[in-house]
Ligand binder design. Structure first.
Ligand SMILES: [Zn+2]
Ligand SMILES: [Zn+2]
Length: 258
């Protein structure tokens, strides 16, 4: 399984894109920064977009990706998420009021976008992977995804979450964990209220993972609050040292082979 981090940041600025992952060229998980990261031939290979939640920084490139798919190669794209998320993106971002209605274009019979719901705790075969949706703790209904390839390699991506996700750890057994750190420890209270993690909270969650599972996977951090990146990096390094864990900050176009 090859994972490419298309976007690893909380804000879009030159050199930084919004959170998005690409798995083996075909499966996108969160659509923050997809189209500016990939050439048209690369975009053409995408079969399915999985969404953790509806927030704009995780969904906005659905519009530009659907436009390219609809206008240039007339291929259908499956968007998979929990029903609440699908309702939010189809009712707001993709309602057809701002731009083409990609649920009816080029035709109602064969639209560009097809929606598929996945239940929390549900398992689904998606683009050749076994996908498990696990509820996490965020300010909007959010699920993290364990994606397992046919040769048994697994990653778990939490999406946006704050502390208190031990229930996830009970259900997943990944070789790679991709999670978020939106800000440094000094903003812990605010980050918790907003449904995010700081390095200290991440450390607690990882310690809990190890207690429950007896091991720690490699950890990659995304959704990095851009102005605090250096501070986050130093505090994450501290957590990694305390836990004896392999934790690193993700970056745009980083590739990981599992
Ligand atoms: Zn969010
Ligand atoms: Zn976010």
């Amino acid at each position: 399984m090859e994972i490419r981090i298309l976007g690893a940041h909380l804000a879009e600025v030159r050199g930084a894109r919004l959170t998005s992952l690409l798995i083996d060229s075909v499966l996108v998980v969160d659509a923050g920064g997809v189209t500016s990261a990939l050439s048209l031939p690369e975009q053409k290979k995408i079969e399915t977009v999985l969404l953790t939640h509806h927030h704009f920084d995780h969904t906005r490139d659905l519009v530009t990706l659907a436009a390219n798919a609809g206008y240039y190669w007339r291929r259908q794209l499956v968007v998979c998420a929990q029903q609440y998320t699908l309702d939010m993106v189809s009712g707001c971002l993709l309602s057809g009021k701002l731009y083409t209605n990609f649920f009816e274009y080029p035709s109602k019979e064969k639209p560009t976008l097809i929606l598929e719901a996945i239940e929390p705790y549900g398992r689904k075969a998606i683009a050749g992977y076994d996908v498990l949706a696990m509820p996490v703790k965020h300010s909007a209904p959010t699920v993290g995804y364990q994606v397992t390839s046919s040769d048994g390699r697994s990653l778990f991506y939490t999406g946006d979450t704050t502390a208190g996700i031990a229930d996830c750890w009970r259900h997943v057994t990944p070789q790679l964990l991709i999670t978020e750190v939106a800000g440094p420890n000094k903003y812990e209270d605010w980050l918790m209220k907003a449904g995010h993690l700081c390095p200290r909270l991440l450390g607690e969650e990882l310690a809990q993972f190890r207690r429950l599972k007896g091991y720690l996977p490699r950890v990659i951090i995304v959704h990095i609050g851009n102005p605090y990146e250096q501070e986050i990096k130093e505090e994450v390094a501290q957590v990694a040292q305390e836990l004896g864990a392999d934790i690193s900050l993700g970056y745009e176009d980083m590739k990981i082979t599992l």
